[in-house]
Design a protein. Sequence first.
Length: 194
Amino acid sequence: MSQIIISESAQSHFGKLLEQQPEGTNIRVFVVNPGTQNAECGVSYCPQDAVEATDTELKFEGFSAYVDELSLPFLEDAEIDFVTDKMGSQLTLKAPNAKMRKVSDDAPLMERVEYVIQTQVNPQLAGHGGHINLIEITEDKVAVIQFGGGCNGCSMVDVTLKDGIEKQLLEEFSGELNGVRDVTEHAHGDHSYY
C-alpha cells in the first residue's frame, strides 16, 4: 500500500481549507504526467461526487485524501508539508517516485526493463509520436522490442535503437542484458527465406 505522508501542519491547513468547502469535500492528491520527466504532484479539492470507484482513500485526521489509480504507484513515499517561514506559509509537495514509479529491485528483469521503457524511453519518443513495447527477453538476454506509433517504419529507427535505446537499457541493466533487438528486424533478419 503506498503511503503518502501528510504532516500535522499540512493536515490542519487542509482541515481549515475544507471547513470553508461544501460538506463532504475532501482532498485529492495526484500526479500530472506521471512517469515522465515533467511529472508534478498536485493537490485539489475533491467533492463527494468526484470520487471514482477506483480511487484509493487515505484517511487522515478530519478528512480523507483520494488518489486515483494511475497516480497511486507514483505517489509512494510522497510527503506533503505546510511550512511557515519569513516569506509566509506554503504547502510543499515532494514525490520522489513521481517520475519513475517504484519497482522493487528483485522484480523480474522483464518487469524492470518494462518500467524503464515506460518511464524513461517512451517519454523521450513521445515527442516524435512514437513508443516502444517490450515483447520478450530471450534466453541469451536480448530484449526484443517493437516500435509503434510514429517510429514504425521510420528510417531513423535503427539510429534511435542503436544509439539511444540500446545504450540506455544496456547501461541501466549492465550485466543483465546483452542487447536490444527490434522485432521488425527480428522478423526480416538473416533467418528469412524468400
